[in-house]
Design a protein around this ligand. Structure first.
Ligand code: FAD
Length: 334
């Protein structure tokens, strides 16, 4: 067993021995622990990190992703497949990533997966050449549209926000039924952004937005930091979208938000084909089941790819809160 494995297992023993007191951890303690684990992970052997990441990644290969998507379909769950990638530094990589997405769409459609696709514009070179990225993403959307399907543009960190909204506006003109965007409830600007999209909204082709809390670490000046405040804006955004007849994809594992969304659905008497819930692969399956059992549409984000290691460890470093998930995995397997 390597030095890192031993350190990690010692950490596990320490944590498990304290499991009875886990609820009494104060917030600072948890934050520090999360930060520590997040910092350690990139230095751990890949195999060990995989043990904890595999629950949240649908595999390294396209075949595994398609097979896992089909398994979710068999439970009545729709999917949105995402190819994991590192930040890219050349336009050659952007082109290769586009080709990979085209193959993913081809394979998933041939296999009859009930699901659509999500992508991150920086994976297509958004920060290298905006126009090249647009052309690549346009090709991906056109491919999905040729199957009557749909591509969601993920929302990345704040330097990308305006560019990603622009991408959506531009693509929706050409593919009104085949493209959607994500908005982040923690950004103070989000409500204005949704209002700004009213000009491209029509009853026939509603604006289609995944509403999530937001995962990146952003400066205090532009985001709400308090969880209650974020939750309140999250629900206000959904409320506004329902009022306007837009299509929200309610992306959360937070029970408070799920219950808040139920109330809004009830309040506006929204039919079940006018919204959906979304969750990440492997996360809170019991809550997912309970939403499905109430007859709501559910879609799971299915990330896959060889670059899962960099992706998982970077996301953990960006947001050490996520390391709490690893702690849970430790207890479960302990
Ligand atoms: P939290 O309060 O963070 O979580 C509630 C509970 O869910 C936690 O206590 C924990 O038990 C569980 N949980 C949450 N996340 C995880 C996890 N990863 N692993 C294990 N357990 C977990 N963010 C963006 O900035 N841009 C995007 O494009 C984007 N797309 C997303 C797509 C989907 C389908 C989802 C579900 C989320 C997406 N996110 C995106 C992430 C989102 O912004 C939040 O960071 C994330 O969903 C956690 O917020 P929460 O609402 O689930 O609430």
């Amino acid at each position: 067993m390597s030095k890192y494995c031993i350190q990690f297992y010692l950490l596990k023993i320490e944590l498990v021995s304290d499991v009875a007191n886990i609820k009494e951890f104060n917030l600072n303690g948890i934050a520090m622990l999360n930060k520590m684990i997040a910092g350690l992970l990139p230095h751990m052997p890949k195999k060990l990190v995989w043990m904890f990441s595999k629950e949240y990644i649908a595999g390294e290969t396209l075949e595994e992703a398609v097979a896992n998507a089909k398994k979710l379909n068999a439970e009545g769950i729709k999917t949105t497949i995402d190819v994991l990638g590192e930040f890219i530094t050349t336009l050659e990589e952007a082109k290769a990533n586009k080709e990979e997405y085209l193959q993913v769409i081809e394979a998933a459609e041939k296999a009859g997966v009930d699901g659509n696709y999500s992508l991150k514009p920086t994976f297509f070179g958004l920060l290298l050449d905006k126009e090249v990225a647009y052309q690549h993403i346009r090709e991906v959307v056109a491919k999905a549209a040729s199957y009557g399907n749909f591509v969601r543009i993920d929302m990345e960190d704040s330097p990308c926000t305006d560019m990603e909204i622009d991408l959506y506006r531009r693509l929706k003109k050409e593919f009104p039924a085949n493209v959607g965007l994500v908005v982040q409830a923690y950004l103070k600007r989000t409500r204005r952004d949704i209002e700004g999209l009213k000009v491209i909204h029509t009853p026939e082709y509603p604006v289609n937005l995944r509403v999530c809390k937001g995962i990146y670490v952003e400066p205090e000046a532009i985001v709400y930091k308090n969880n209650q405040e974020i939750n309140s804006h999250f629900l206000d955004d959904i409320d506004y979208m329902f009022q306007e007849g837009m299509y929200p994809a309610i992306a959360t594992h937070d029970l408070q938000l799920v219950e808040g969304a139920y109330k809004l659905i009830e309040k506006h008497k929204i039919s079940k084909d006018k919204y959906e819930f979304q969750m990440l692969y492997g996360v809170t399956p019991a809550l997912r089941r309970s939403i499905l059992d109430k007859g709501h549409r559910m879609r799971v984000y299915v990330p896959f790819g060889k670059q899962w290691f960099g992706y998982s460890t970077r996301r953990l470093k960006e947001n050490p809160k996520m390391a709490g998930v690893i702690i849970k995995a430790l207890f479960k397997k302990g």
